[in-house]
Design a binder for this molecule. Structure first.
Ligand code: FDM
Length: 174
């Protein structure tokens, strides 16, 4: 299991300072830090996949594209954002853990970081909707842990099985 942003690297610590409102960065520049934070895990991900390991990623390029696109920065269109990460392996399955922005906002600790604002989260939600494709599944994340686990297992098992049986590894945004 890997998680993005990986805040443990030096790039990740710059991202962490930005998210914690301890630094200010241009939207295009911070986007590139998030991209670099994934690229620095590229060879490890490829090595693990080649050895038959199933990777579970907590956020990936989908969050990268959606969050930056949600800022509505005209000079950073989605196609440009996607083009920066086409060297990374594609996900076989994307599980969007969906909860309304209002329900998320009621969770403990909400509001501490830069993007944890209701209005912005609603824009992120629309950007995610624009990214949905045939690999994308929506999981109702408002239920119990057991109910969520059941949905995730039902969606993931056939995909993991297909990968074991030799389904080819694609490239992101292909
Ligand atoms: N985020 C996450 C981005 O803006 N771009 C990215 O590429 C990624 C991976 O960072 F608000 C945002 C999403 C979230 C914040 O994520 C930190 P976690 O999962 O809450 O640590």
């Amino acid at each position: 299991m890997l998680r993005f942003p990986d805040r443990s690297t030096s790039i990740g610590s710059a991202i962490n300072a930005y998210l914690a409102n301890q630094s200010q960065l241009d939207d295009g520049a911070v986007h590139l830090l998030f991209v670099a934070n994934r690229l620095e895990k590229r060879s490890e991900m490829l090595r693990l996949l080649a050895s038959g390991t199933t990777l579970v990623l907590d956020r990936y390029s989908y969050s990268g594209v959606a969050y930056t696109a949600a800022k509505g920065v005209g000079h950073l269109p989605m196609d440009y954002l996607k083009s920066l990460e086409t060297v990374l392996p594609a996900a076989d399955l994307v599980l969007h853990m969906h909860m309304s922005a209002e329900a998320t906002a009621r969770r403990g600790g909400y509001g501490e970081e830069r993007y944890e604002k209701l209005e912005f989260q609603q824009k992120v939600m629309s950007a995610f909707e624009a990214l949905r494709d045939e690999r994308w599944a929506v999981v109702d994340a408002s239920g119990t842990i057991e109910a969520i686990a059941e949905q995730v297992a039902a969606l993931a098992e056939p995909v993991v099985r297909a990968a074991r049986e030799g389904a080819p590894l694609g490239r992101l945004w292909d």
